[in-house]
Design a protein around this ligand. Structure first.
Ligand SMILES: [Zn+2]
Length: 229
């Protein structure tokens, strides 16, 4: 499932590759993978960075990460609990711990951590800004929290990934609330194996947030999103 195409200027490509928060993001210069599990290492021959949001089994697979890292030489960026679990398999110069408000550059692409409202040890969400300024908010398994409104106001997101199921307490309604607070150009319902939940999210969005487009992703399909005009 590597993406052979390069995005157009002022755009990114993304692929959702498992029923959880597994997302590949391709900017014109970099390939970034978030929370790879349930997939083969050879799916990511051109990874520049792997981002890990928290230590739960559906987000962190240390063996897979070590395999991808060895094949590509990519950098691993992880929340503190995941970084601790990776420290014996990843060389120290390739493993960077991140906490909310920290920013790490992957070439000209910015990776910034924010809070994540999920019952894990020290979970983070990620704001990924491409070299063209396309803004992606990967909210991991987060439930809504009030600061999302300020973050959305400040960042003016192009794409926000919203968990609609599986994780504790999450539903199409909590996913919609994340979209309502962050007001992106495009909202993507993920972390589910229910198309019904994704449809419900789409209905809520259409009724209450008509200026945000809903993109219901299919697994392993490539989507392009362009910067907000
Ligand atoms: Zn999860």
């Amino acid at each position: 499932m590597p993406i052979d195409k390069t995005p157009e200027e002022n755009a990114i490509l993304f692929v959702w590759f498992n029923h959880y928060a597994g997302v590949l993001i391709k900017t014109p210069s970099k390939t970034i993978i978030v929370d790879p599990v349930d997939i083969r290492a050879r799916s990511f021959p051109d990874a520049d960075a792997i981002l890990i949001t928290h230590e739960h089994y559906d987000h962190l697979d240390p063996r897979l990460i070590a395999e991808i890292q060895k094949a590509t030489g990519c950098t691993i960026i992880a929340d503190p609990a995941s970084a601790q679990r990776l420290q014996h398999s990843i060389a120290p110069d390739k493993l960077q711990q991140i906490r909310p408000c920290d920013e790490i550059k992957v070439g000209e692409v910015s990776v910034k951590a924010e809070k994540c409202n999920h019952p894990a040890t020290a979970p983070v969400s990620y704001i990924i800004t491409s070299e063209d300024g396309v803004k992606v908010f990967h909210t991991a398994d987060s439930l809504p929290f009030p600061e999302l409104a300020d973050i959305g106001e400040r960042e003016k997101f192009d794409v926000v990934f919203c968990t609609v199921g599986i994780a504790p307490g999450t539903s199409p309604e909590t996913g919609f609330e994340i979209a309502r607070l962050t007001k992106p150009q495009v909202a993507v319902p993920y972390h589910t194996n229910s198309t019904e939940y994704q449809q419900k999210f789409a209905e809520l969005l259409k009724a209450e947030l008509p200026r945000t487009a809903c993109l219901i992703p299919e697994l392993n399909k490539i989507y392009q999103v362009s910067k907000r005009k």
